[in-house]
Structure formats: structure tokens, C-alpha cells
Ligand binder design. Structure first.
Ligand SMILES: Cc1cc2nc3c(=O)[nH]c(=O)nc-3n(C[C@H](O)[C@H](O)[C@H](O)COP(=O)(O)O)c2cc1C
Length: 405
């Protein structure tokens, strides 16, 4: 499949269902993300949303099934082959049962179905329909046939449908569709494409009793963005995640609480992995004996005895087989580069990213700077950047290091 650098040219097909109104938000989101979006409306789609709305949101002409109708005349009509060649990616959202059937069987009675047949670019479908329609064997057979052609799907969500029924058939989240578009269009990196990579992210929680817990200020944002950037670079990402944030789409994710659970989840996967980026903020201490029942208030000072938790990174390093690489993070409040280098040497890592957290920097969705440190010494810092961009910079940097002979 060809891969494109941004901005990507996205052809957004919109077909005739009530969810067509949400295609306006998708068109807006994709445009805001820097893609060039051109919409193709089916005739039924144009009964739910107007070309004027879509042209206004995308700044691009809208093409449709019936160029003779007065509403199309305001925008230039584009031939199906030109559109099919233009697109880096085709996304049909919402996709009716009807368009799935046409595309699955090579039928081309209107502009959108003809463009789909004439295009060589990747195709992403976001179906939306009544639950009984979605579950019908004919529709499922069409979906399977399209998957067989190499087409991709964002499955419909479950929920209350416009027809009053509850079940699968609702158009997937607009954000999930946009994220899948970005993933399909991202350039793959030779150091990561097809590689299996373990990523740890988020805080761990060490329980004191059934209601109280010891944790830290990490949200997991940086680790999740690293996982997303590795996925977009073509890796098969296995994420071990602490905290409450939602995992990115398309990863195999295991949610954990404590350092011991994180270690167990990592070790279960480590042998099959090519490498690991450990961004989780693992607690160093846990209560020696967590109480089974909620601890009652007492008069006077109370003592809390802490013991060391499992060393996730150190254990992965000890148990690695030849060829596996290990990249860590070090959040340091003083002398961050020297301390990060000491951690790298102590734990036998291949590289480490020093995160200067002085003054509360580095936590949550803020701009951040990371200094890569290799066994030979520090490298030029990456950032300050928003974490999504910083994660892509980390992946580019580490991909370059891995590619060196
Ligand atoms: C009010 C209304 C809502 C509809 N909603 C859907 C829908 O959500 N999903 C679907 O597959 N078809 C739905 N249909 C049926 C399609 O509009 C119909 O199959 C149409 O021929 C699809 O044409 P297109 O695929 O060219 O857009 C709906 C029809 C009407 C009248």
C-alpha cells in the first residue's frame, strides 16, 4: 500500500443515511488536521446534507451523482477518473448497505461507486445502518468480500439508533475515523514496519486499602503518543497501560494497576517482542501490607511502611534475548541528564529519554522537551513540542539510531 506524507488528499464519500449529517464534523476535523478533503455525495446522501455545507467546511468543490441539478452547478464537476487518481485515500462515512453492496460486487451506477472502482488508493469504510441491516448475512458477506480486497473498516458502534433500536449500527466516533485515516496514510519507518514492540505507559497504583492508593502525577499521555507514533510507523504495538486514559485504536492493550501487574503483563509478551519503549511511571515503593478492609481513622500519628516494588525495566533488561532493544524514560527533578545516564548504565538500556520535570513540567497535555541519551552521551534535545509531535520526533530519532549499522 502506498504511504503518503502530509498533507494527505482524502476523498470523503458520503452516502444516504441520517449519519450523513455527522460527515460534516468529519470533513471539518480532517481539514483541521491538515488533510485536503474533497467530498463526493451520493444522490441519497445529498438529501441529508448539502454540498454547500461540505464545500464551506473543506474549502474544496463537492462532487456528486447528479451534476445537472442546480445545487451542483456552483461547484465544478470533476470526472470520476480524475478523482480516483487524485485521492491518496478514500473514506466512505457513513457507508450505507447499498454502497457496500455495490462496491463488493464491482457495480458502478453513480459517481461514488465508479470512483471506488477506479481508485487504487486504500479504502476505509465507516458503515452506519439499522442493527438488523448490519447483522444481515448479505451485508456481512459484502463486508467480508471488501476486507478480502484489502479494504479497511471502522466498525459501527453500539448505541441508540435513529430508528429507535439499540445495538450495533451507529456510525463510529468521528475521532476514531479520523485517527484511522491518519494511520492508513502515515509513512512507515523501515526500523519499525512489521516489528513487534512493547510499550509501557501511565502511572501504577499501589493500594493501601480497598479505597486508598499510592500513585504519581503521570497521566500516560507521552507513552500513549509514543504507542500511537509507533503504530503509525508500521509497528505491531503491544501496550501495557496504567491509569485511566483511553488506549489508541489498533493496538493490543492490557490494562494494569500495580507495578507487579505491569511486570507480569510485560513478561508475558517480552519474549516475542523486537524491542520495548518503557514510558510508564512505575511506583518504586508500595505499602508493605495493604489492608483488606478500609482503614479507620485513629488518634495521633500513623505509620506507613513501604517496601520496594518489582523493577519492570531492570527485569526486562535481565531477561532480554540477543537482538532485543530497550529504550527507557527518566523523569528527573535535578541533574536530569547525569541521572538519566546513570539509570541507562545501571539497567543496561540501549537508550534513555531524560525528562526534566522541574517545576511540574512534563505531566499531562503540555509542551515538553526530552533529551535523548545514548551510552556514549547525550544527543541534541527534542522539543519543546506538543506530546503527539514529540512522540513522532522520538520515534524518528530512535528509528534512525536503530538503522545505523
Ligand atoms: C430516512 C432514511 C434513512 C436511511 N438511513 C439509512 C442508513 O442509516 N443506512 C443505510 O444503509 N441505508 C439507509 N437508508 C436507505 C438508503 O438511503 C438507500 O438504500 C439509498 O438507496 C442509499 O443510496 P446511496 O448508497 O447511493 O447513498 C435510509 C433511507 C431513508 C429514507
Amino acid at each position: 500500500m502506498p504511504r503518503h506524507t502530509e498533507p494527505m488528499k482524502v476523498l470523503l464519500g458520503i452516502t444516504g443515511g441520517i449519519a450523513a449529517t455527522r460527515a460534516a464534523d468529519l470533513a471539518r476535523l480532517l481539514t483541521r488536521q491538515g488533510h485536503v478533503v474533497r467530498c463526493v455525495l451520493t444522490e441519497a446522501g445529498a438529501r441529508f446534507i448539502t454540498p454547500l455545507t461540505l464545500a464551506s467546511l473543506t474549502g474544496q468543490p463537492v462532487a456528486g451523482a447528479n451534476p445537472d441539478r442546480p445545487e451542483w452547478r456552483a461547484t465544478p464537476v470533476v470526472e470520476h477518473i480524475e478523482l480516483a487518481r487524485w485521492a491518496d485515500l478514500l473514506c466512505v462515512a457513513p457507508a450505507t448497505a447499498d454502497i457496500l453492496g455495490k462496491a463488493a460486487h464491482g457495480l458502478a451506477p453513480d459517481l461514488l461507486s465508479t470512483v471506488l472502482l477506479a481508485a487504487r488508493a486504500p479504502v476505509l469504510w465507516a458503515p452506519a445502518m439499522n442493527t438488523a441491516m448490519w447483522e444481515h448475512p448479505a451485508v456481512q458477506a459484502n463486508v467480508a468480500r471488501l476486507r478480502g480486497f484489502g479494504h479497511h473498516f471502522v466498525e459501527p458502534a453500539e448505541g441508540l439508533l435513529a430508528c429507535g433500536e439499540e445495538g450495533p449500527g451507529k456510525l463510529a466516533d468521528i475521532e476514531d475515523i479520523a485517527e484511522t485515516v491518519a494511520w492508513l496514510g502515515s509513512p512507515r519507518h523501515p526500523s519499525f514496519s512489521g516489528k513487534r514492540i512493547l510499550v509501557t505507559a501511565g502511572p501504577t497504583r499501589e493500594d493501601l486499602d480497598p479505597v486508598r492508593t499510592l500513585t504519581n502525577r503521570s497521566t500516560g499521555t507521552m507513552g500513549l503518543e509514543v504507542a500511537r507514533a509507533l503504530r503509525d510507523a508500521g509497528a505491531e504495538v503491544h501496550l501495557v497501560l496504567g491509569g485511566d486514559l483511553r488506549a489508541p485504536l489498533g493496538l493490543s492493550t492490557r490494562r494494569v494497576r500495580s507495578a507487579a501487574e505491569m511486570l507480569e503483563a510485560c513478561l508475558a509478551r517480552w519474549e516475542d517482542m523486537d524491542g520495548c519503549i518503557a514510558a510508564a511511571a512505575v511506583a518504586d515503593q508500595r505499602p508493605e501490607s495493604p489492608a483488606v478492609q478500609k482503614v479507620k481513622k485513629q488518634e495521633g500519628p500513623e505509620d506507613l511502611r513501604l517496601v520496594r516494588t518489582a523493577d519492570v525495566l531492570g527485569t526486562l533488561s535481565e531477561r532480554r534475548r540477543p537482538g532485543q532493544w530497550l529504550l527507557g524514560f527518566a523523569a528527573e527533578s535535578e541533574d536530569h541528564i547525569a541521572n538519566a545516564r546513570a539509570k541507562l548504565l545501571r539497567k543496561g538500556l540501549d537508550g534513555i529519554l531524560a525528562n526534566d520535570i522541574t517545576g511540574g513540567h512534563g505531566f499531562g497535555p503540555t509542551l515538553n522537551t526530552l533529551t535523548p541519551v545514548l551510552p556514549g552521551g547525550p544527543q541534541p534535545p527534542l522539543g519543546p513540542l506538543p506530546k503527539a509531535e514529540l512522540a513522532r520526533a522520538v520515534v524518528q530519532w530512535w528509528g534512525g539510531v536503530l538503522a545505523q549499522p
